[in-house]
Every structure is written in structure tokens, then in C-alpha cells.
Write a protein that binds this ligand. Structure first.
Ligand code: ZN
Length: 151
């Protein structure tokens, strides 16, 4: 990766980390779960509102943690709206592969490609948990589980 590109990636992460999108609780969430990454100290709650067709009508989060976890949650909640739970699971698999190199190389649509800015965590194994925490929490919420920990 060129230095310019790396800088751009850092800018996007810092921007989302400082000004997270969808950063609020939800009174009418149908699914919510709490995620905890004790290794770094990241803690967040993901709120999902599924509509009658099983599509994600709204997604938001609250929490505190490092710039990577906050940026990842911010970008994730931005991408979820209008997707089905199945599509969200598919996005999780694609993102997990991007961050770890494990599992199947899932085809990404253009929107999900944006998450590539976070794939630099691959070089830092402890940071992978920060980037994937919001996604693990999302998957738990969609399954009706209320709590996950990366430990
Ligand atoms: Zn973290």
C-alpha cells in the first residue's frame, strides 16, 4: 500500500472514529446486543430495527472504545439499512475475510467495498478484534442473543 493511500485510510477511520454515524440508542429496536472486547476495552451496544419483511429498517449503536472499533461500528450501521438479515450475515463474512484472510473470499458489492479501509488491521492481530467486534455483536443481535465477548 502506498503512503498516500495509507494516509487516506487513516483519515477515513479517524473521521468515523471522531464523528461516528448513527451514534444513538433506539427505543424501538427489535434486536439489540452488547459486545465486549476486553483485550482493548471496547464496549458497545448495537440496536437493530427489523421491519415486517425482515429487512433492517434502522441500525444504530452506542459505546466507547478505540478509533478502529468506533469507526467500524459507524461504517457498519451506515451500510445495514435496507438489507435483509441474510445479506448482513453475508457482509459479515466478507468483512471477516477481509480482516483475517480466513474463510471464504466472498464477493463484495460496491458499498461493502468501502469497508476495505479497515482491512489494514490484518497486519495487527489484536486490532482485528476491534474491527470485527461490531459485526460479531450484530450477528448475535440478529440471532436473538444479547451479549458477546471476543474473549
Ligand atoms: Zn479496540
Amino acid at each position: 500500500m502506498s503512503d498516500d493511500l495509507r494516509e487516506l485510510y487513516q483519515e477515513v477511520i479517524l473521521d468515523h472514529g471522531k464523528n461516528p454515524r448513527n451514534f444513538h440508542a433506539s427505543d424501538d429496536a427489535t434486536n439489540e446486543a452488547r459486545g465486549n472486547n476486553p483485550l482493548c476495552g471496547d464496549q458497545l451496544v448495537i440496536y437493530i430495527k427489523l421491519d415486517a419483511d425482515g429487512k433492517i429498517a434502522d441500525a444504530s449503536f452506542l459505546g466507547k472504545g478505540c478509533a478502529i472499533s468506533m469507526a467500524s461500528a459507524s461504517m457498519m450501521t451506515d451500510l445495514l439499512k435496507g438489507r435483509s438479515a441474510e445479506e448482513a450475515q453475508h457482509m459479515f463474512e466478507a468483512f471477516h475475510h477481509m480482516c483475517t484472510g480466513e474463510g471464504e473470499n466472498v464477493e463484495l458489492d460496491e458499498d461493502v467495498e468501502k469497508l476495505k479501509v479497515l482491512s489494514g488491521v490484518r497486519e495487527f492481530p489484536t486490532r482485528v478484534k476491534c474491527a470485527t467486534l461490531p459485526w460479531h455483536t450484530l450477528v448475535a443481535a440478529l440471532k436473538g442473543e444479547n451479549e458477546i465477548s471476543t474473549e
